[in-house]
Design a protein around this ligand. Sequence first.
Ligand code: SF4
Length: 806
Amino acid sequence: MDAKRRSFLKSAAMAAAGSMVAGNTSLPVVHADQAVDDLPTGEGMTWNKAPCRFCGTGCHVQVGVEDGRVVAIAGDKAADVNKGLLCVKGYHVGGILYGKDRLTNPLLRKDGKLTEIEWDEAIETIAKRIFDSPQTFAFYGSGQWTIPEGYAAQKFMKGGLGNNHIDPNARLCMASAVTGFLATYGVDEPAGCYQDLDECDVLITWGNNPAEMHPVLFSRVTDRRSRGETVRIIDIGTRKTRTTDAANDYLEMKPHGDVAISLGIMHLLIENNNYDKSFVEKHCNFRGAEELTPTLQGEQISEAEFRKRIAKYTPERVEELSGVPADQIRMLADLFGNHDIRITSLWCMGMNQHTMGTAINSLVHGVHLLSGHFGRPGDAPTSLTGQPSACGTVREVGTLAHALPGGRVVANPEHREQCEGFWNLSPGSINATPGYHTVKMFEQFTKPTSQGGDITTMFVQVTNPGQTLPNLNALFNDKQGLEDKFLIVSDVYPTATTVLADLILPAAMWVEKNGVYGNSERRTQQWFKMVDPPGEARDDCWMTIAIAHKLFEMGYEGMKDKDGEFIFAVKNEAGEEIPIWEFDHYYDTNVDKHLFEEYRQFTTMKHKNLAPYDEYVKARGLRWPVVEQDDGSWRETKFRFSGFDDPFVTAGQEFDFYHSSTNDGRAQIWFHEYAPPPEMPDEEFPMWLCTGRVLEHWHSGTMTRRVSQLSRAMPTAYLEMNPEDAKAANIRQGERVIVESRRGKCELPVWIDGRGRPPRGTIFVPFFDETKLINNCTLDAHDPFSKQPDYKKCAARVKKLAEAPS
Ligand code: SF4
């Protein structure tokens, strides 16, 4: 079929899709406070837009409010991301506000007992601990932080305290995606967007289960089949999942096999002279790791050297390393060698939670670059995020131990100077030494101070490390009994983390506060507070500002700017300061808007330009870079680095990697040698243990387990086991077992031939259930560049505990 005809059929199909899904042939522009069409109305009922609280897809919902309560949720038909669809979690997102055990008062542990206290005492207690020892304080945050929350925390730590010990839970889920993008393009975040899913001929899922983890996105692909389009899905995984059920091909790999597979594809493209020579010659360099101290920059190697290094990754050797038959490797290489089709790769935790996370991310980018499957709609290597603002808050605001907003880093004097300029701080305010990454931060917190554990106070906001850290016994549970260590946790419900907290702060959540998120396709989305939080629960951003102001009152110099003003000062039109540190006055102004506009100055520095806040109020999100047009309107960018769409590509160029780490407009095709996993099954621990998520629950289940519909649908964690393994161990469906690793154990019921079907020698356990903490068993070994731990493979054994209940 010629390209023109195929593109006509595709646009016809998309128009049909639009009419099927949205009820219109084109999506109408609907203002935020305007109901889309058939939403129920009633006296006092209002509707407003918000992005979903859960995954990084960034679906938009319409939130129905009556009598101060969220009473209805509808998919937002005006939203380009989801066109009115939601997954089962999204449909129930309103219910997360109304669990019976919401935290409603600050609680301080006094004589071992949690006791209700006033907010003033809570803020004073925190400020005093920080004042007494600012450099032993650590802030642990989240990809669920809104952009203003993360920005405030970042400025408080790096600008105010001169302390870089701030890191987010996103270190545990997508840090290797960041280092993969940086190593390849010199700048983070995907070039493509969700439109690639509408346009690709082949979708390859690399250790990824979007049917459960990003279901609305996956339906964008599978729905095309019901409209008569052909899209081939190739699932490369370590166990069969719901994604496999929809796939045309399932390539079962050994854990760590993805590294070998990507090398094998590149080997064949080169060997068969079937790569895109013109694209590579014009737009790419070859890179290899330096021998002594490897960096993300790597060292330049010639194409001949690349050929030489990759020569040994023949299909047969790759079969040996990965377990995927040589013919299937040839099939993948033939597909990538065909330039008449469009190929999109998707990945998420499977590739990121990997001790070779940076390497495998770079290698998959390399497969796309070498084959020229890049930068045309449908041709994209794309990583997905698990949290709603992992991109917006963590990657863009830079709430990582080494980073500053706008792609700046603390180790670079020029970058520090720029930030100090934007923040009106005295020169030298920002500390040049990167802080502790997540694993190190918790190691230092749980190690006795007398033994060098130099983090003594930790503030955890919007996340649940007591359940989600790897190797929990070492990294979290060891805090118990350490009298001088002080854990502050802000959350909406009691969690596995609050169990060890010394101070618990009740937080407002989602539409109980204003917010801005940034999703996986570079889309920034805004919403307004719609209902009040319960009891004394308050905004996380307010907490940060209130602590900062208390320090300011105590005379802490860092909380003053160069002119002696409070670093978070907001003034009214008359030039008077609004006391936003007092909660009664926090909503006298839109603090989010003030912080966002301040942050926006940073975004032009790496061509991640954002529009003014008010543009996001009108829109269902905009994908950056967003640039102003001659007529004053703001235009988003769908395909970055592609001349036909990206305003920053040099005029006349087809592609321009304008942040190239080699300063020549080129992307880097990396070679990395395959290395075995950090821990392998042996006689004592003979099984591979993999952990992950399920459709009904979002991450540690804190919110979704409070929604009865979701909780009933998936009440408990379980252990997936292959029927042959179960038979050999005399284990039957539903019987309880102990799964054990060198680090800890966990008791679970067994599910055989359930939703996921692991091969022999492999078990899988989801981590959403706080009553069954599988992270007691997982490994804290991490990627050397991204510091992201490997939750996907460690050695374990299974012991039968009891017969199944009858
Ligand atoms: S796919 Fe993600 S963002 Fe969309 S409704 Fe489901 S959980 Fe929410």
